[in-house]
Write a protein that binds this ligand. Sequence first.
Ligand SMILES: Nc1ncnc2c1ncn2[C@@H]1O[C@H](COP(=O)(O)OP(=O)(O)OP(=O)(O)O)[C@@H](O)[C@H]1O
Ligand SMILES: [Mg+2]
Length: 296
Amino acid sequence: MITIDQMDAAPSHGGFPLDEFDESTRVIYVIGETDTGKSTFCRFLLKAFSEKYPTAYIDCDPGQSFVGPPTTLGALIIRRSEVIEERYLRFTGSTSPRGTLLQNLSAAVRLKEKAFEKGVSRVVIDSSGFIKGKVAREFHFNLIELLKPDCIAAFRRGYSVDLLLRNFRERDKIKIKTMDVAEEVTEKSIIKRRLYREKRFQDYFRDTEMGEIKINRFGLHGNIPDFRYPEKWKNILFAFCDRENFVVTLGIVSEFDISTRTMHFYSKPFNHREVSTIQFGSIYLDTSGKQIGRYG
Ligand SMILES: Nc1ncnc2c1ncn2[C@@H]1O[C@H](COP(=O)(O)OP(=O)(O)OP(=O)(O)O)[C@@H](O)[C@H]1O
Ligand SMILES: [Mg+2]
C-alpha cells in the first residue's frame, strides 16, 4: 500500500491561498499546460487536506497517469492522513484524451461521484495538459461544466488557459485562483514521457497469466475490434470492468477464435465473477507493455 509520504509533492502552496478554503470549497480542479507543475501541486493539496478531511485525488491524465497504468483515470481515497485506502480506475482506451473524449469525460465524472459516495469531503482533480487548441479547450470546458468544481486553480502560462478561464469568470459558484509556474518545474521530453508510459505498463503487466473467456457472456463496448478479422484482435488492450464500469483488471488479447467467440488474453489474476463488461481500447501492446500500434 502506498503512503502519502512516498509521493512527489510540491514543497509549498506556491501562492495558493489554502487558508481561504471554507467548508463550501469541496472540489478543486487544477488546470495548466503540460509541465506546469499540476500533479505535484495536486499532491501538495492532497497532503494538506487529508490531514483534516477524508480526501480524494482524481487523476485525469491518461498519458502520464499517476494512480493507475496509462489509459486509465483513477481516484485515490485517503481517510487516515497517511495511508491510501481505496483506488478506483476507469479505462479510457488510449494514452491521450484525443479520440476518446467521451470516455475521459464520463470517467472523470464517475470517479468524482464515486469519491463522494465513499464519504470524502474534499476532492482534488488533476487534469491532463491537453488544453491547447479548440478541441482540447472545448473538452476542458465541458469537463468543468460536468465536474462543477468550487474552485479552479490554474497555472498561468499560455493563451489557452486564459481563454478557457474567461468562460467561468462570471460564475458565482466557481472561485478562480491563478498561480505562477514555479521556477523549479522541469520539462519532460516526448521520449521521457513515452518511457514513463512503457515503465508503468511494464510494471502493471509484470505478473500476468494466460486466460480465456467466451465474450458472448459479457457486455462489450469501446473500440470493439471487427469480428471478421481476428488478426485485428491480437495485442489489443482492453479492460474487464465491473457492473459500474470500474476496472477489474486490464488485459492484452493474445488470440481471438471467431468460431467459438473465445478470447485468449494475458492479465493479472482476477475474480471472473466481478466482470460485467469488456471495454476495448485503441492501442496495441506487446506483453512487455510496449505500444506497437493503434486500432481505428
Ligand atoms: N513546486 C515545485 N517545486 C519543485 N519541483 C517541482 C514543483 N512543481 C513541479 N516540480 C517538478 O517539475 C516536474 C513537472 O511537474 P508535474 O509533473 O507536476 O507537472 P504537470 O503539469 O503535472 O505535468 P504533465 O503535463 O505531464 O501532467 C516534476 O519533475 C516535478 O517534480
Ligand atoms: Mg501531471
